[in-house]
Write a protein that binds this ligand. Structure first.
Ligand code: NIG
Ligand code: FE
Length: 414
């Protein structure tokens, strides 16, 4: 019986295998069967079998990479924060706006008022440019509901995006994102609600893959985060956290010691604390979009992360306040320009290291036999082109789990 196979030939493969570098191989073919990569090797060594007759894709020297992974986003929300953008231009800080009841809280109001249908519609519009850039896996957090009903509504939308849009979605519960108005001065009571009602309900609806907490002066303390993580542990859910974004609260060390998947933001993480991430194999998720939008000047401790061999991922942090960014290629450029990552680190940050940040690195993130066939073909010959250019999307073809999302349009102009 003829099997469903696709053979890529004449591509330059950035396999993203190995501890560093792009893992580039030339003259190799890559064979996909069903949703898996089943062979990578020199074309001269390929043994053809009569029963297989794959569709052959001549890549004409283009670059083939794993599908891109955006491992930190808040893509589902109601309303927008253009007014806050204007206030910041007049001099107000993100923290001041938050303390005055704006910021996350204003998005909570709009999200509570929105229907599931309208949230799905607006999220699809934001997802589209990411998909067109070859994003095949995306993490989406709740956290603009701050009550059971709305958190679940957000997570259902995230799940629906996966059904509708040829993309794998990882759903993260972020009930402890901000203190809702109705719990003013009762933050411990709100954490009780998160632990005893919101998280268990969302989990039993099958809507939670991981649990996140925002540890910050304008959000929750280390002790409160520990309580949420204890509940996550009891449900067998992995944890991660927004830490050291605006100040050094010591969140990253606590979270890393709990064997978290990742610590995210970390501008205010000290060099000395980086060793704890290394010891616990925690991924550092860097979010240059929020750094840029908030005009932050404190850089994350990149040199120390590099020196200690901490895996660095980068992500859009797509959200209405601190990072209204819908381009992972732009984030790669920002990571290089603002954080001085190398283009190699930037591409690792949206492939293998982003997969690790989601606990999916056995399944995704590199071109390896046995992994899922999430592939992007780029009309460039050097991987650094992906980080170097701004506002130009060279994506030529996208395959998601062995199925074409965007087939290669053949032309003979090379
Ligand atoms: O990752 N830091 C907290 N949460 C988001 C911002 C959310 C918002 O401003 O709406 C972030 O930057
Ligand atoms: Fe975030």
């Amino acid at each position: 019986m003829k099997k469903n196979q696709t053979l890529f030939i004449n591509a330059r493969l950035a396999t993203m295998t190995g501890e560093s570098g792009y893992g580039v191989v030339e003259d190799h073919g890559l064979l996909v069967e069903a949703d898996r990569i089943i062979w990578i090797g020199l074309m001269s060594e390929r043994q053809t079998r009569v029963e297989t007759e794959p569709e052959v894709i001549d890549c004409q020297g283009k670059l083939l990479t794993p599908g891109l992974i955006d491992c930190h986003s808040h893509l589902v929300y109601g309303g927008d924060r253009a007014d806050e953008f204007e206030l910041r231009l007049e001099g107000a800080s993100y923290e001041e706006i938050s303390r005055a009841g704006g910021g996350i809280k204003s998005t909570v109001k709009a999200t509570r008022e929105a229907t599931q249908q309208s949230l799905l519609y607006s999220a699809k519009k934001r997802l589209k440019p990411l998909l067109e850039e070859g994003v095949t896996t995306l993490e989406i957090k709740s956290g603009y509901g701050l009550d059971s009903e709305t958190e679940i509504k957000m997570l259902r939308v995230a799940k629906q995006l996966e059904t509708d849009c040829s993309v794998r979605i990882k759903k993260t519960f972020l009930g402890a994102h901000a203190l809702p108005e109705e719990y003013t001065n009762r933050s411990d009571d709100y954490i009780d609600l998160v632990c005893n009602q919101m998280l268990p309900e969302a989990h039993s609806a099958g809507l939670v893959d991981a649990v996140d907490v925002f540890i910050e002066k304008i959000a929750f303390t280390i002790d409160q985060a520990q309580r949420v993580f204890d509940c996550a542990d009891a449900l067998g859910l992995p944890v991660k956290a927004h830490v050291e974004q605006l100040s050094d609260m010591g969140g990253a060390v606590m979270v890393a010691k709990r064997k978290a998947l990742s610590v995210d933001h970390i501008e205010y993480l000290t060099k000395d604390d980086v060793t704890t991430l290394a010891e616990n194999n925690t991924v550092a998720v860097l979010l240059p979009g929020a750094f840029y939008v908030l005009r932050e000047t404190k850089l994350p401790p990149i040199e120390a992360l590099r020196a200690n061999g901490v895996s660095m991922a980068i992500a859009t942090d797509a959200n209405p306040g601190s990072s209204p960014v819908h381009s992972l290629l732009l984030i790669m450029n920002m990571a290089c320009t603002l954080f001085r990552l190398t283009p190699t680190e930037a591409l690792r940050g949206v492939t293998i290291n982003a997969a690790k940040a989601l606990g999916l690195n056995k399944e995704l993130g590199s071109l390896s036999v046995g992994k899922q066939a999430d592939l992007v073909l780029w009309d460039v010959d050097k991987p650094a082109m992906l980080s170097y250019q701004i506002g130009l999307n060279p994506c030529a073809a996208i395959m998601k789990a062995g199925v074409w999302r965007k087939p290669l349009e053949t032309c003979n102009d090379r």
